[in-house]
Design a protein around this ligand. Structure first.
Ligand code: PLP
Length: 407
């Protein structure tokens, strides 16, 4: 299939707008991606024609909404190559997914002195839920560093395992460096020593095909708004053995079988972990976004983005006043930059914004990584499936303009 980036761009209405009088160049996909018209239409129809609560009514609209909502479970299972849709728990995104694992699976089976291994490049969503256990239970967080290129050697992670290790919680792709981690090697090595593995797939699932059956991990978290779906949508894949070990997380409607004055029984998984009225339309929108991605083919998306990555690398290599944090051979098209003479990354993003170029500046919810590299903030350009080489050129022009401005 030829990957027609112009045709793809036409699917995303926001890409044809202007910002600050210039054509929008949207390079903040790592934070959140734009939505294709099919997703916008599905959300509009979800509210204007098809809305009702799910799992509850016996009327037409409730059945329609339930059917559409539940069909998304299978789409997520297909997208991740999970063995069954029963292994997919819906949620509002990765943050909720990892907090659920911390609360429902980890907390009941951990005690003071137990250890959780994390890489230094985790997003706060895969750090803070484990800090809760450190604070409340006395669990120890064990950090594994990346090397100067931003690579994470799986063996270093496995070498950190001790008899106290209860979990490895690791990102599949860094939201700051773009580094892709060999989570399969980590999972294989960890399982050989009886240690479960949680993978934060928020960034990885966006850029390349993911196969949780092949990885063999215990938990794999994704977030809908980065996958070109609505915010507030998401899911976590849970291996059936871990599912059986999990206690309910939130209590309320839908997650129960029977409630009496003195007793309560639970619904079967995955509903046991989905209390209350969910993000019905958001999740239906995510299903449409996944259909869109699967129609494009994630391997085609990955090829296009690898091309953009290589082109950006070659253009940036000509700017010896720009430092890119993380230059792994196996990285997504994510570039975290600092520039000589520019005191703060925010200045860079403000000036680029005036040219219609949207990037993100800050610590990217990865403060331990910033500390590791000795910076407080970087300016991050993160590419998506609709970005073009012409936009890379505009970014480079924007950086050159900043360089001239700051002398
Ligand atoms: N993990 C990574 C690697 C991320 O990049 C993000 C979002 O930036 C998250 C977790 C949190 O995702 P969400 O805010 O959608 O829950």
């Amino acid at each position: 299939m030829t990957y027609d980036v112009d045709a793809i761009r036409a699917d995303f209405p926001i890409l044809s707008r202007q910002v600050n009088g210039r054509d929008l160049v949207y390079l903040d996909n790592g934070a959140s991606a734009q939505k294709p018209q099919v997703v916008i239409d599905a959300v509009t129809a979800g509210y204007s024609q098809e809305y009702a609560n799910v799992h509850r009514g016996l009327h037409y609209l409730s059945n329609l909404a339930t059917d559409k909502y539940e069909a998304v479970r299978g789409k997520i299972a297909t997208f991740l190559n999970a063995p069954s849709e029963d292994h997919i728990i819906f949620n509002s995104g990765t943050t909720e997914g990892i907090n659920m694992v911390s609360y429902a699976w980890a907390a009941p089976r951990m005690q003071a002195g137990d250890e959780i291994i994390l890489s230094i490049m985790e997003h706060h969503a895969n750090i803070v839920p484990w800090h809760f256990l450190r604070e409340r239970l006395g669990v120890k967080l064990v950090w594994v560093d990346v090397d100067e290129r931003g690579d994470l050697d799986p063996q270093r992670v496995l070498d950190a395992i001790t008899s106290k290790t209860k979990l490895i919680a690791i990102t599949h792709t860094s939201n700051v460096l773009g580094t892709v981690v060999d989570v399969k090697a980590i999972t294989e090595g960890a399982h050989a020593q009886g240690v479960p593995v949680l993978v934060d797939g928020s960034q990885a699932a966006v850029h390349a095909p993911v196969d949780v059956s092949d990885i063999g991990c215990d938990f794999y978290a994704i977030t809908g708004h980065k996958l070109y779906g609505p915010s507030g949508s998401g899911a976590i894949y849970v291996h059936p053995d871990r599912m059986d070990e999990m206690q309910p997380f939130l209590g309320g409607g839908d997650m129960i079988k029977e409630v009496h004055r003195d007793t309560v029984t639970w619904n079967s998984a995955p509903m046991k972990f989905e209390a209350g009225t969910p993000g019905i339309v958001q999740q239906i929108g995510l299903g449409v976004a996944l259909d869109y991605l699967m129609d494009l083919g994630m391997e085609n998306v990955a090829r296009h983005e690898a091309d953009l990555r290589d082109y950006t690398n070659s253009r940036l290599s000509g700017l010896n006043w720009v430092t890119v944090q993380g230059n792994s051979d196996n990285k997504a098209a994510i570039f975290s930059m600092t520039m000589d003479g520019v005191g703060h990354a925010h200045d860079l993003s403000t000036i680029l914004d005036k040219q219609g170029i949207a990037i993100r500046a800050g610590h990217h919810c990865a403060q331990p990584l910033m500390q590791h590299f000795g910076v407080t903030a970087t300016a991050r350009a993160s590419f998506g499936l609709y970005n073009s080489k012409a936009e890379v050129d505009k970014l480079i022009e924007g950086l050159e303009f900043c360089h001239e401005l700051f002398g």
